[in-house]
Structure formats: C-alpha cells, structure tokens
Design a protein around this ligand. Structure first.
Ligand code: NAP
Length: 307
C-alpha cells in the first residue's frame, strides 16, 4: 500500500525528477503532482511522464497533498513557501532538498502555517547535470539524506519522512542545520568553488592556449571540469546562502595552501609526502564506506563507450 496519497513536487529538475521517477518505481504515493514555473519544463516533464497531474501554479499544486517537496534553487525557497502556504493541508509534511539548510529554514519558516510539519532535508546525491531529462531512478540509492528537523518537530512526521527516503534507498541521518552547513561546506561547497576557480584560472592564462588546456586535460584538469560544469544558478545560490561556513572553510583552506606552498618553495619533501599519504588514506576510507568504488568513473566510462 502507498504510504502517501498525494505527493506534490515543486521543481522538477535533476533532483525533483529523480524523486518523481523513484516514487513511481517504488509505489510510494498514489498520485504525483508536478509543478514547475516554466511551461517549457512542465511540457518536458509531461512528455517524460513524471507525474499524474501537471501545473505551473504552485498554489494549486499543493492543494490536498499530504507531502510537498520543494526542489528549487535555495534562493527561491522563501518565495515558494510564501506562494504555497495558504493552500497547504493541515497535517501535511513540507520538505525540501536544498544544499544549504540554515538559510532555507529562515526563508521558509515564517510562511509555514500552524499544523503543517516543516522538515528540511538534503539528499547527498547528484550530478553536474540539471533539468528533468538529467534525473534518473536510483539516484538516491545507498546515498545519505540529511534531515534537519527543529527540536519541537513532530516525531511521527520525521519518522514518515525518514521512511520515504529509505524507500528511495537512502540512508537517513538527522543533524542541526548549522552543523549540516559546515559539513557540506567542506565536503561539497569548497570542492566546487576550487573547481570553478582552477578552471577559471586556466581559462585566464595567457601563456597556455585554450586548445592546449583542452588537449592535455587528462592530466588532472579534466576531473575539475566536471565539477565546474555544475549549474551556475544552483551554485551561485549555495555560495550566497552558506556564506559564513564557506568563508570559514576557505580561510582554513588558504592557510593550508600557504603551508603547501612553503613546503614546495623550500623543498620540504617529507612534509609533502606526509600530506599526500594522509589524503590517500581518506580516499581509501571513502571507498571502504561504500561512497565510491575503487575505479571511480569521473565520466570516463561514457568516453570509453564512445571510443
Ligand atoms: P535543476 O535541475 O536546475 O532544477 C531546478 C528546478 O527549480 C526547475 O524545475 C526550475 O524550474 C525550478 N526553479 C528554478 N529557479 C526557480 C525559481 N526562482 N523559482 C521557482 N522555481 C525555480 O536543479 P536541481 O539540481 O534539481 O537542484 C534543485 C535543488 O536541489 C537545489 O536547491 C539544490 O541545491 C539541491 N540539490 C542539488 C543537487 C545536485 O547535485 N544538483 C544535489 C542535492 C541537492 P523551471 O525549469 O521551470 O524554470
């Protein structure tokens, strides 16, 4: 039996459409209502058969839903909450998938009506692609989903949302929003910023031509370009909405980079070797934790298939 009668998805890009595909595949809800702001994306979602009903009106979309999932850029969370608030059903769960949590909570909470369970969430799964075509069933399988409920959140609603993500194959953890933002700043936000920066630097170099950058990219650069191809709107919003944690991690990063720079300048091979050995162990731990496989893909598989 379906756990939910009606789930409304606000936003049907990479994450929203992957959720839609999984809800359907796992039979988690009897009815899926798809809502997105542009008629073009809505049409595409309909062509892909992602839902049972389709609308560009967020106000209408949430009527009668027992769960509403907002999968929009974090900077749009407040506006979405304001639009849907008057029509949210009493007892419904309102959640999101945004990559930052404290900011989403401060944007959405003021609009959440009495009797609606607002439980913010963040599935730690994704790719550098966006839009409804980019989503796929199974994206969340074996991945963590972090929930950041308030201290007075209804335990039954939290348990229900936990079961939802588990039905999609996720492992679920809960933590405080500020803690989430600091953890994600180091494991996700900083790596993307570094990638954007290094690819930007290569693009700006006058002594190395564009064609050389592309031709010889296999020597490390290519792996950064995958991250640096991520959606500009999403990542602009992440930077603006997790500013403090990102700046804190960037300051730490700059200090450590100065240490590395100094070791290189003074030929301190032992220091370099010690650091590079420590980081190699982290890679091993990630593989052991099942968060990657030994032969990481980095998009090469598709390349091999073409050749
Ligand atoms: P996406 O593929 O670009 O899809 C974005 C969706 O949000 C589209 O339906 C789009 O509608 C809608 N949208 C864009 N701007 C909006 C606005 N100002 N107001 C209302 N709707 C708007 O994005 P995504 O990758 O699914 O990301 C969605 C959320 O998931 C973000 O908060 C992101 O931080 C989070 N997240 C992303 C990843 C990842 O790897 N991508 C992983 C975990 C969490 P139209 O197309 O109709 O304009």
């Amino acid at each position: 039996m379906s756990e939910f009668e009606r789930i409304t998805l606000i936003g049907i890009g990479l994450i929203g459409s992957s959720i839609a595909r999984d809800i359907r595949a796992k039979g988690v809800a009897r009815e899926i209502v798809v809502c997105t702001r542009s008629p073009e994306t809505l049409r595409r979602a309909e062509e892909l058969g992602l839902g049972d009903r389709y609308t560009t009106s967020a106000e209408d979309a949430v009527r009668g839903a027992d769960m509403v999932i907002a999968s929009v850029p974090v900077g749009a969370s407040g506006a979405v909450a304001e639009q849907i608030a008057p029509n949210l059903k009493k007892g419904a769960i309102l959640t999101d998938v945004g990559s930052t949590k404290a900011s989403v909570i401060s944007q959405m909470t003021p609009f959440v009506p009495e009797g609606v369970h607002f439980i913010p969430g963040h599935p730690i799964a994704g790719t550098e692609k966006s839009g409804p075509d980019a989503g796929f069933a199974g994206l969340f399988k074996g991945r963590w989903c972090i929930l950041t409920p308030s201290e007075d959140a209804d335990p039954d609603a939290v348990a229900r949302l936990t079961r939802f993500w588990q039905a999609l194959g996720s492992r679920v953890d809960t933590m405080a929003p500020d803690h989430h933002d600091r953890v994600l700043a180091i494991v996700s936000h900083l790596p993307h910023i570094i990638a954007y920066n290094i690819v930007g630097t290569a693009d700006d170099l006058e002594t190395v031509t564009q064609s050389e950058v592309i031709q010889y990219s296999a020597s490390g650069f290519r792996d950064f370009t995958r991250l640096a191809a991520s959606d500009p709107t999403m990542w602009r919003d992440v930077c603006l909405h997790n500013r403090d944690a990102i700046l804190e991690m960037l300051a730490r990063f700059s200090e450590d980079l100065a240490y590395l720079q100094r070791a290189i300048r003074w030929g301190e091979g032992d220091k370099l070797f010690e650091l590079f050995s420590r980081t190699r162990d982290i890679r091993r731990s990630i593989v052991e934790a099942g968060q990657d496989v030994e032969a990481a893909d980095f998009g090469r598989h598709a390349l091999d298939d073409k050749s």
